[in-house]
Design a protein around this ligand. Structure first.
Ligand code: SF4
Ligand code: MG
Length: 333
């Protein structure tokens, strides 16, 4: 039984221009102790999924009635706010892209971690301080006793992100959601933070959702991946299977756009001609049709649902056909 199971998640925003269907029927799951990568171009709905799971969607946005966010046997989509508060920053915590805006500039790193610890556990000042220093050490901050008293502006971007991770871990979450945690950092630091996340996940046995636009990151630390396009998951499954043998034309195009797997440089997913349609007007039929090399008539009028395909799931009318022709191709090769 997966720790998190999202079913038909729809998160819509009512704007003056109309209803923005940012997330529009998403299914995904995160196994116990596993890392799920959610990948997609900007505007595909990745961050809105994270905020929906955290119960942080604010008006004019809302999670549509029949959405299900099943976490450890409870449906978060239906939880009253006080109960949700007890889960947020406890069983589930989140780190964001830009640590400078999420850290409070007037408190020291150490005091912010202490605050996070004491929200979660009723312990004395001295014990909390020791705990905070331990967390700073855990996230690889050198001389943690000294850094404890540093203010955010006295720390480098990489160190600030480590402090954010320490705060997120203060509550010993079962699920850590990281939204583009390395995007604002330079390449070497990015690699270090990813390595840290991988290590922590193993050591602490938590589950993780890693949101990224970078397939290189997914290849490096995720077990499973969900590929988002236009508010929906178009393919999901084990990373190894999907990288070897993508079932959806969009995933295939994304993979083709990576020069070399295993590289940690940012790989913007903007190399596929055309752009993601507007969430105010998702097209009829398959939302990828305008950019798909394989599109046929049916694609423009009927929307394909996510269906089992290979070792995972894909939403494409031609998945069977393409798979057959691939295996014939392999026979003749
Ligand atoms: Fe392309 Fe059609 Fe598959 Fe959509 S359903 S990805 S348009 S082949
Ligand atoms: Mg985002």
């Amino acid at each position: 039984m997966p720790l998190l199971r999202v079913r038909n998640l729809r998160t819509h925003f009512h704007t003056r221009m109309g209803v923005m269907k940012a997330v529009d029927g998403v299914d995904l799951e995160v196994g116990e102790g596993k890392t799920l990568g959610i990948v997609g171009e900007s505007g595909s709905g990745k961050s809105v999924i994270a905020l929906s799971i955290m119960g942080l969607i604010e008006s004019p946005g809302h999670v549509v009635e029949d959405s299900r966010i099943l976490f450890d046997g409870r449906d978060l989509a239906r939880l009253p706010e006080p109960e949700m508060q007890a889960i947020r920053g406890n069983a589930i915590s989140m780190i964001f892209q830009e640590p400078m805006t999420s850290l409070n500039p007037v408190y020291t790193a150490g005091n912010q971690i202490i605050e996070a610890i004491r929200l979660h556990r009723k312990i004395g000042a001295k014990e909390a301080r020791e705990c905070a220093i331990e967390l700073l050490r855990l996230v690889g901050i050198p001389s943690p006793e000294q850094r404890f008293s540093a203010y955010p502006h006295q720390l480098s971007g990489g160190m600030r992100q480590r402090v954010m991770i320490a705060m997120a871990l203060a509550c010993e979450p079962r699920l850590l959601i990281a939204d583009e945690p390395t995007t604002a950092l330079d390449v070497t630091i990015q690699a270090q933070i990813l390595e840290l996340l991988r290590e922590l996940r193993q050591r602490l046995g938590m589950s993780m959702i890693l949101i990224t636009h970078d397939l290189g990151v997914v290849a490096e630390i995720c077990d499973d991946v969900a590929v988002m396009y236009a508010g929906r998951v178009v393919e999901r499954g084990p990373v190894s299977a999907i990288f070897r043998n993508p079932q959806h034309p969009y995933t295939e195009a994304l993979l083709r756009s990576i020069p070399l797997l295993g590289m940690t440089q940012a790989m913007p997913l903007n190399v596929i001609p055309g752009k993601v349609p507007s969430p105010l007007h998702w097209p009829r039929g398959c939302r990828f049709a305008a950019r798909c090399n394989y599109a046929v008539e049916r694609c423009r009028c009927e929307e394909p649902a996510l269906a089992e395909s290979g070792e995972g799931w894909a939403a494409c009318w031609l998945r069977e056909q393409r798979r057959r022709s691939r295996s014939e191709g392999a026979l003749h090769a």
